[in-house]
Design a protein around this ligand. Structure first.
Ligand code: SF4
Ligand code: SF4
Length: 266
């Protein structure tokens, strides 16, 4: 068994290895933070609900290219393809980093972007760990009125990956930048939302209202989903996960991201 000093050295060494891999993989934003900072998340969605002895969060992100949102033609398709490829890349990296931690004597669990989905008591579709919150705690930005992470340079365009671990990772934010948050007089996202799904004062999106409008999932029968949701929420969530992930869902709206002036568009 390692003594305390050796454990600290091991954790510093792991962070340096992760930084090196992240640099080689062109992961632009990376940070760590304490898992205890998510203790105020709803019961069932806290890091400790998934892993005994969890100490740290690691989060990282890669932006969708700005011009994907600005393209004069096929912007939605280009964003869709970019996001799907980035999710795979980020989730694969989360697996790789988790393996690295495990090989060095710490437990670790990847937290995939959007996966798996759950259905809460009110029947709304929810994620299982709030990755946007993880990103805020790990110093990557602040949550905006559109409910997304706002990075000082990349605005709402960052796609996120992450993990939980029993290692006490040293505090680290690459790059070390401060995000001021939404200007108080900006309402671009909530004004642009075609279904009034954004609640800016709570920094939240009414997810079912948003999804009902924007999501196109040809492989999923809405009737079957509603029937399953009445009978067994876990079955409904799994059905949605199987039929909706990755390129199985096309979104016809991304106005709350594409019109957000935050970051390098300012
Ligand atoms: S994606 Fe579209 S529908 Fe959903 S919250 Fe953003 S603007 Fe509204
Ligand atoms: S559009 Fe304005 S209010 Fe909405 S998230 Fe972007 S900066 Fe914040």
């Amino acid at each position: 068994m390692r003594n305390k000093g050796e454990t600290g050295e091991a954790q510093n060494m792991i962070i340096e290895k992760i930084r090196k891999i992240a640099g080689d993989e062109n992961v632009i934003v990376l940070g760590t933070g304490p898992a205890s900072a998510m203790a105020d998340e709803p019961a069932g969605c806290r890091p400790g609900d998934f892993m005994a002895g969890v100490q740290s969060l690691l989060c990282f992100g890669i932006p969708v290219p700005l011009e994907a949102y600005g393209s004069k033609k096929y912007s939605l398709e280009i964003v869709w393809r970019s996001q799907n490829l980035l999710y795979r890349r980020l989730d694969t990296l989360a697996l790789r980093f988790s393996g690295l931690l495990e090989e060095n004597g710490f437990r670790s669990m990847p937290t995939y972007g959007c996966m798996p989905l759950g259905v809460n008591q009110k029947g709304a579709v929810v994620g299982y760990l709030n990755q946007v919150r993880m990103a805020e705690i790990t110093g990557m930005g602040v949550i905006g009125k559109n409910g997304l992470l706002l990075h000082p340079r990349y605005g709402s365009r960052l796609m996120l990956g992450g993990l939980l671990t029993t290692a006490s990772l040293p505090a680290m934010h690459d790059p070390d930048v401060k995000a001021p948050g939404c200007p108080s007089d900006c309402h671009v996202c909530s004004d642009a939302c075609p279904v009034n799904a954004i609640v800016p004062e709570k920094k939240q999106v009414r997810i079912m209202r948003c999804l009902s409008y924007t999501a196109r999932t040809p492989a999923m029968s809405r009737l079957k989903f509603f029937f399953l949701r009445m009978r067994n929420k876990l079955d409904a969530a799994r059905y949605m996960s199987i039929t909706s992930f990755d390129e199985h869902t096309f979104h016809i709206c991304s106005r709350c991201v594409s019109l957000c002036p935050y970051g390098d568009r300012q």
